[in-house]
Design a protein around this ligand. Sequence first.
Ligand code: GMT
Length: 373
Amino acid sequence: MRIGIVCYPTFGGSGVLATELGKALADKGHQVHFITYQQPVRLIEFNANIFYHEVRVATYPLFDYPPYETALASAMVDVIMNHQLDLLHVHYAIPHASAAYMAKKIVETQGRYIPVITTLHGTDITLVGRDKTFAPVVTFSINQSDAITAVSRNLRDETYRNFAIEKEIRVIHNFVDTRRFRKKPLDAFRKVIAPNGEKILLHASNFRKVKRVQDIVRIFNEVRKKIPSKLLFVGDGPERPGAEDLGRELGVYEDIRFVGRQEQMEDILAIADLFLLTSEYESFGLAALEAMAAGVPVISTNAGGLPEIAVEGVTGYLSDVGDVQGMSEQAIKILENAETLQQFKTNAAEHAQRFDINTIVPEYEALYNRFLA
Ligand code: GMT
């Protein structure tokens, strides 16, 4: 199959998932064409079946706002026609689904039919998409897609609740390459972060408001009172200064490390003891799944789709949004006993198998096949 993938190429979960899907499809022999404004962050190794097409937006003094969506639709048309694509799979509704609709209509005038599959990832529905400035276009372009998928049951239900969707939304959960995340910890790395054998707590995100990163610092402050520990922050974003300020205010700053955006999450997860995710919403929580795959128990909120991937008291614990006290107590409960910690680690890795790449990617292939037939 010749598949066009459109996604955000940055460190967000939707771009990571789309890139991993493209790589997996290429490994299975499909020809995959990424159409993005920048090389996706996880698209680093060479694969003969992967093609990358950069979307270039012309600048012109008249444009206060460069017309990205128009440039994207034109790039899609170019790739569909010149590389004989069989289908387009767009990740994140805004503006990818509407640009795909435009491209579909353009190639139709040239006698070409291209099915469009739209995967909804979260904030395109729950935050940004609901905004009045986008909602009519989001609703229209989702309805015009030939197939719609959502990364969790929760996101599917939220989409039906918030938009007048007339079609079936199929749930295909996010996935993880469990083999890749099953890595032995690098002792030297662990020693740099926790020289005296401290426990390592980890959070990874884009530090947006929805992640509530100050709750992470507060939980760490409580855990640190009972258990010698360090906190690693991976990623960057608008709420980072607030997290730093709070760390200083609480006097825990010297035990926190901000390591910035990282591509090799598997190496970092391999040295972690606990993953914290305090978001007020996660459609799925891919970062938590990757942590589980690496054998790291997860303390998280019970928001959105998180209860679909984590199991209370088995892979970690789930609490109400903002329940810092509860999450701290649960973190301590897991960390204070070596046997308990080991059991949670084993459980987390085992449970992540349900979302393995080899189970989920065929669901996308089956969906694609429906359109090719
Ligand atoms: O979490 C983010 O801020 C990034 C966002 C994105 O669109 O890239 O992630 C969303 O999609 C991921 C992949 O499907 C999900 O795992 C995340 O839970 C979801 N984020 C939110 O719903 C806040």
